[in-house]
Design a binder for this molecule. Structure first.
Ligand code: AMP
Ligand code: MG
Length: 343
């Protein structure tokens, strides 16, 4: 299959181009598109066969459910059995935006989309291209991140192309996306809302809106096998780079603005020992410290004093290290309120 790449200007959206994408989606095909978090791989959420194609293109296990994306609040009702009070409040506060909510599903949502569950995950993206494309399609769009399963999520159309060329009908290229962290997932189907995946909307923001929010015990548990933390704290499990990622954390976790000499020294020692063994080493730091690392492939995520740049650049750097065949990544750590809690 030829994958068509279509450039779209966010500032001046061309409906004709988006109509072509909408037609492909209505016909059961796959279109990758930018959202405010990462690039999504879209299919008709109400068509089981279309959802299956997403799993095939990503190489994703089919029991991992998909998030259905809508363009306006009115599109929610047909997909769910009910909208609990907490869901209403969170919708008002954070939709459109990077918040996914879990509701009891209605009968029109196929089990092929929900991975066999009686609940459905729904989000209303604020990205103007995503939102307009969904509105034109007139159907909810199931869309996981547009990467091969296990690879870091894509933040540019080029990343999507690397993984999806030949497997999907179209890629809408809207440039680099803004947040680079996945949507926060909250289950509002039970009596107390529960955070299932940390993301761009923080637990503090959720609690401000609805009061009590529980945290799924599973996401506070052990880290992924490829992350060997030096101290407990925030880990990047769902970024899943091919290399082994080691976060070197401050002894005092409150430190956000500066990185201590101890951390820099430890990263340099770790890097040196792997380089001496002939391994490829990547180092993740910030502009403030980049000159402190004389060896390895050193990549800065931006300024520590401007944390909004950090999350955005992280996926791109992890991908670059994957492409360069890096074996070990040593990273400074970053405040968890900008990268989410462990997941
Ligand atoms: P992704 O599409 O890659 O951002 O991943 C979607 C995430 O949403 C996965 O972690 C799923 O487990 C989660 N998810 C989707 N639907 C549900 C649901 N009905 N209940 C719980 N989690 C869900
Ligand atoms: Mg993903």
């Amino acid at each position: 299959m030829d994958t068509k790449v279509v450039k779209i200007d966010k500032e001046q959206i061309d409906d004709e181009k988006l109509m072509e994408a909408a037609e492909i989606l209505r016909a059961g095909g796959l279109v990758a598109f930018p959202t405010e978090t990462v690039y999504g791989l879209g299919a008709n959420a109400l068509n089981e066969e279309a959802a299956k194609k997403i799993y095939a293109a990503k190489g994703r296990p089919s029991d991992n459910p998909l998030i259905a994306h809508i363009s306006k609040p009115e599109e929610l009702a047909p997909l769910v059995k009910e909208v609990p009070e907490a869901g209403k409040k969170l919708m008002e506060a954070y939709w459109p935006g990077p918040l996914t909510m879990i509701f009891p599903k209605s009968d029109i949502v196929p089990y092929g989309t929900t991975g066999g569950l009686d609940t459905v995950a729904i989000r209303m993206p604020s990205d103007p291209i995503a939102n307009r494309m969904i509105a034109l399609a007139g159907i909810p769009i199931a869309a996981p991140s547009a990467n091969t399963s296990g690879r870091p999520s894509p933040t540019t159309a080029e990343h999507v192309y690397q993984d999806m060329n030949g497997k999907i009908e179209m890629i809408l290229d809207g440039g680099a996306v803004g947040i680079g962290v996945e949507s926060t997932i909250v289950d509002v189907s039970g009596p107390v809302p529960m955070l299932l995946r940390p993301g761009a909307i923080t637990i503090e923001m959720l609690r401000e809106t609805v009061g009590q929010v529980e945290i799924d015990p599973a996401i506070q548990g052990p880290m992924a096998a490829n992350v060997k933390p030096k101290a407990p704290g925030m880990k990047y499990r769902h970024y899943a780079p091919k290399a082994e990622l080691v976060l070197v954390e401050e002894k005092n976790p409150e430190t956000k603005e500066v990185i201590s000499d101890r951390v820099i020294e430890e990263i340099n020692l770790l890097a040196k020992s792997r380089l001496d063994q002939g391994q490829k080493v990547g180092i993740i730091c910030t502009e403030e410290t980049r000159d402190c690392y004389p060896q390895g492939m050193v990549r800065s995520l931006g300024f520590r004093s401007r944390p909004e740049t950090i999350a955005h650049n992280l996926f791109a750097v992890l991908r670059e290290f994957d492409d360069l065949g890096v074996d070990y990544i040593y990273s400074e750590s970053f405040p968890k309120d900008h990268l989410g809690r462990p997941s």
